[in-house]
Design a binder for this molecule. Structure first.
Ligand code: GLA
Length: 504
């Protein structure tokens, strides 16, 4: 049973991969849900099995225990009713993490109602390997790599493909980046997220798994299309999806990426939470930043630790070009808005070369309306967020194309000044203002309400050096006129009015 859900993470960190529960024979020989159980999370290319162990105690119908894997360790609690059980993670959790039943000496169930698992009674041989602590290096500043002068743009496999990404998919996405016009609009990076990793060879060099037979050839192909290739790892022994991470192999992995021709690394905390304290985030990220720098290859460095430890205050010092400020986005209005609003305190730290990252785009994945996707694109542009499409570029509706390929909105995101807008709320309307390099401003008014409403942009709120000279609706692609120092338009529920306004 594979799990990859933020709620399974300690410190919002490593995902709980699979897990297991135990059962021991008890009074009168009847089995109970209490005991020590094992489930196989993943089988690597060399046959190595990654397991999770669940140990449970039962008192009446109350269950308490732990679930542990190489990526994860968490206390759980819950109830047993006959052969059925449910388990919760943190004390505050309101919905069960694991539900299932005991049948024929095995536990069968679901994780978050989504992933099935089977757990068998664990034997003494079923142990989570001990990992030796490696102290992170002393702090020093990693020089800027000079990359990402504007927020990185491209595509990432995770939001839509998750574990189903492979060489053929990446090649066909690269083709589509060209034919759809995405590349020419600025979307340059094609980023493979988690699940590409195989096993380390006798020298410790990490090989891709069977889904990626030749990473160098894939990089050559992506480069031949005028695109760049990104990859994913993390500072722990395992990634969030339970594949080998870079722990103890940082320099070696950086050299491998450089040799393959990798141009971008997303580095995800995950199982590092089982080894390091949050106070060690900075030197741990610095270690890979320095390793990438030492390769001499320009590689964009993307930190992914969900905003812990005020990453915005030190991300650039460890060589980072961008850093996630939030947990994982999903394709819903609440998630999207929640992520962008969490960015607000980080605004002073955005600028050329180093960006706050509210996570990848969900535009085109089908669970928001086109108005909501236009708001998603507008807000990411206004907060100078990386624009990493997370949809199937090979198969986009006209509406999705019009949103992702809106050059006027992209220009706001890519503005050379690199300022991150912050919101001002007025009832259901939220107004975000972003100063631009040419002295104009971009402004977005989002209708958070359940019905269409009039949105007004007041020139006096835009901090322009003079009166409004011209204004343009960047979604309608038409010039608009301010009257008496304001412009008003109707905005649908969850929609946006976005203007670019120039002063005299
Ligand atoms: C974490 C990250 C996601 C994705 C997955 C892959 O959840 O936050 O963006 O990379 O890991 O396992």
């Amino acid at each position: 049973m594979e799990t990859n859900h933020p709620k399974w993470r300690r410190n919002a960190g490593g995902a709980l991969p699979l897990f297991c529960i135990l059962l021991i024979p008890t009074l009168g020989g009847a089995q109970t849900i209490a005991g020590r159980w094992v489930t196989v999370d993943r089988v690597l290319d060399n046959g190595e099995k990654l397991i999770s162990i669940l140990e449970l105690k039962q008192d009446g119908n109350q269950l308490t225990g732990t679930v542990k894997s190489e990526s994860f360790s968490m206390d759980v609690h819950g109830t047993a009713t006959g052969n059925q059980f449910e388990l919760f993670g943190p004390r505050s959790a309101t919905r069960p993490m694991i539900t299932g039943d005991l049948a024929n000496g095995e536990l069968h169930g679901m994780v978050f109602g989504r992933r099935e698992f089977t757990a068998k009674p664990a034997t003494a041989a079923d142990q989570i390997p001990e990992v030796k602590y490696i102290a992170p290096p002393p702090l020093h500043d990693v020089p800027s790599n000079g990359l990402a002068k504007t927020p990185p743009m491209g595509w990432n496999s995770w939001n839509l493909f998750a574990g189903k990404v492979d060489d053929a998919t990446v090649r066909s996405i690269a083709d589509a980046m060209v034919t759809s016009g995405m590349r020419d609009a600025g979307y340059i990076y094609v980023n493979i997220d988690d699940t590409w990793q195989g096993v380390r060879d006798a020298n410790g060099v990490l090989q891709p798994n069977h889904k990626f037979p030749d990473m160098k050839a894939l990089a050559d192909y992506v480069h031949s299309k005028g695109l760049k290739l990104g990859i994913y790892s993390g500072p722990g022994p395992r990634t969030c999806a339970g594949y080998p991470g870079s722990y103890g192999h940082e320099e070696q992995d950086a050299k491998t990426y450089a040799a393959w021709g990798i141009d971008y690394l997303k580095y995800d905390w995950c199982s590092a939470a089982t080894i390091y304290k949050n106070s060690e985030l900075q030197p741990v990220y610095q270690k890979m930043g320095a390793a990438l720098e030492a390769t001499g290859r320009p590689i964009v460095y993307s930190l992914c630790e969900y905003g812990m430890g005020h990453v915005e205050t030190w991300g650039a010092k460890v060589g980072g070009n961008l850093w996630r400020t939030t947990g994982d986005i999903n394709d819903s209005w609440q998630s999207m808005i929640g992520n962008v609003e969490k960015q607000v305190p980080t605004a002073p730290y955005a600028g050329p070369g180093h960006w706050n990252d509210p996570d990848m785009l969900e535009i085109g994945n089908g669970h928001m309306t086109d108005d909501e996707y236009r708001t998603h694109m507008s807000l990411w542009a206004l907060v100078a967020a990386p624009l990493l499409a997370g949809n199937d570029i090979r198969n986009m509706s006209e509406a999705t194309k019009a949103i992702l390929l809106n050059k006027e909105v992209i220009a706001v995101d890519q503005d050379a000044l690199g300022k991150q807008a912050s919101p001002v709320k007025n009832g259901d309307m939220e107004t975000w203002v972003k100063p631009l390099a040419d002295g104009s401003v971009a402004v977005g008014v989002v209708n958070m309400g359940a019905s269409a409403a009039q949105a007004t942009v007041n020139a006096s709120d835009l901090h322009l050096p003079g009166a409004v000279k011209s204004a343009r609706d960047v979604w309608k692609h038409e010039d608009v006129r301010f009257t008496d120092g304001k412009y008003t338009a109707e905005v649908p529920s969850h929609g946006v009015l976005m203007l670019r306004v120039k002063a005299e």
